[in-house]
Design a protein around this ligand. Structure first.
Ligand SMILES: [Zn+2]
Ligand SMILES: [Zn+2]
Length: 111
């Protein structure tokens, strides 16, 4: 589709990826991955290995998604979906849930 000469390959296994974003659904949640480029097989494997659970609704949080971050009293962090429903729990942080760990989380200005 207008991207002649550009070959996308899976950053995990090196397979050619024909369509980006990679789209699949995992446990009933549609997931779109723009970055990194991964094939559907690796995406599902990543979802199986690295998804976590939303501290608010208890549903699965997929890797490579934006999340709200809750700091717990014991210093641990838990994550919630970036949805208005789940963010009402008072999260002051948001971040990006990567492969089984939080990446780039930052404080949201309280207003
Ligand atoms: Zn792959
Ligand atoms: Zn949730």
């Amino acid at each position: 589709m207008g991207q002649l000469g550009m070959t996308l390959s899976c950053s995990d296994c090196g397979e050619i990826v024909e369509n980006s974003p990679t789209v699949t659904s995992f446990k009933g949640q549609e997931t779109y991955i723009f970055h990194p480029i991964v094939c559907v097989g690796c995406l599902i494997k990543t979802c199986e290995q690295h998804s976590t659970v939303c501290a608010n609704c208890g549903e699965i949080v997929l890797p490579y998604s934006q999340v709200g971050v809750l700091k717990e009293d014991n210093g641990r962090k838990s994550v919630v979906h970036m949805t208005t429903y789940c963010l009402t729990v008072g999260s002051a942080f948001h971040g990006f849930w990567g492969k089984g760990k939080l990446l780039d989380f930052m404080e949201i200005e309280a207003c």
